[in-house]
Design a binder for this molecule. Structure first.
Ligand code: HQG
Length: 179
C-alpha cells in the first residue's frame, strides 16, 4: 500500500472536496471512517483499504496531518472548503514563522499574511518547518518572523493546528519581519 499516495487522496477529500466523496463533515472537519472507506472502495486503487491502513498512514507520515478519534477522521489544517472548520482558539508561542516565496513579499508587506485559497493562514512553530513549507513555493524561500504574542495581545486570533502548525485568520504586516 502506498501510504503517501493514500494520504494525498485523503487530504484532498478532507481539505478540499468532501462532496466528491459524498462525505458528511462535522464542524471540526471530522467524517465517519466507514463513510470515507466506502468512498475510497469505489476506486479500484483503494478497493482493499481498511481502517488499519488509515492508522498506519498517520503513523508513517512525517507530518501530523490527520487524526482518528471516536470513529471519525479529520485533517488538522489546510482546508479550502466553503464550510468554515472550527479550530481551537489558543494563545500562540511568542514567535511563529512563515516560509513563503520571495515573489510574494511585496504583496505581503502591503496586505499582511492572508489565507488565500485556504480558510486560515498557516504558521510554523519552528524555522525548519517554515523552510520546508516555503520550499513548496520557492527554492530559496523567505522566512518571516511573526511577533505572534503582540498580535495576540492586540486581538489577532490564533488557533492550534498541530504541534508544528498554527493557524490565524490573517496577520497584519506590522507583526511581520524578515529573518
Ligand atoms: C502566500 C502544507 C501574496 C503565503 C504546508 C503562501 C503548510 C500571500 C501562499 C500548509 C499573501 C499560500 C499551508 C499576500 C499569504 N500576498 N501571497 N498578502 N499572504 N501569501 O499552500 O502556508 O504538506 O495555501 O505566504 O506545509 O504555503 O499540505 O499555504 O506562500 O502547513 O500538509 O500565499 O500546507 O502542508 O500557499 O501552506 P498555501 P502555505 P501539507
Amino acid at each position: 500500500m502506498n501510504y503517501t499516495e493514500l494520504s494525498k487522496e485523503i487530504s484532498y477529500a478532507l481539505r478540499h472536496a468532501p462532496w466528491e466523496y459524498e462525505l458528511e463533515m462535522d464542524e471540526k472537519g471530522g467524517v465517519p471512517i466507514t463513510q470515507l472507506l466506502s468512498a475510497l472502495h469505489l476506486n479500484s486503487k483503494w478497493e482493499y483499504v481498511v481502517e488499519d491502513d488509515l492508522i498506519k498512514m498517520i503513523e508513517k507520515s512525517e507530518k501530523k496531518r490527520h487524526e482518528i478519534s471516536n470513529g471519525k477522521i479529520r485533517a488538522f489544517y489546510g482546508h479550502s472548503i466553503p464550510m468554515k472548520i472550527m479550530k481551537e482558539e489558543k494563545m500562540p508561542p511568542n514567535i511563529l514563522y512563515h516560509g513563503t516565496a520571495r515573489r510574494f513579499m511585496g504583496s505581503i508587506a502591503e496586505k499582511g499574511l492572508l489565507p488565500r485559497s485556504r480558510q486560515y493562514v498557516h504558521l510554523s512553530q519552528d524555522i525548519a518547518t517554515a523552510e520546508n513549507v516555503g520550499k513548496r513555493h520557492d527554492n530559496n524561500p523567505q522566512i518571516l518572523v511573526i511577533d505572534s504574542l503582540s498580535a495576540w495581545n492586540d486581538g489577532t486570533k490564533f488557533y492550534y493546528g498541530n504541534e508544528k502548525v498554527w493557524l490565524a485568520d490573517m496577520v497584519p504586516s506590522k507583526y511581520i519581519s524578515e529573518k
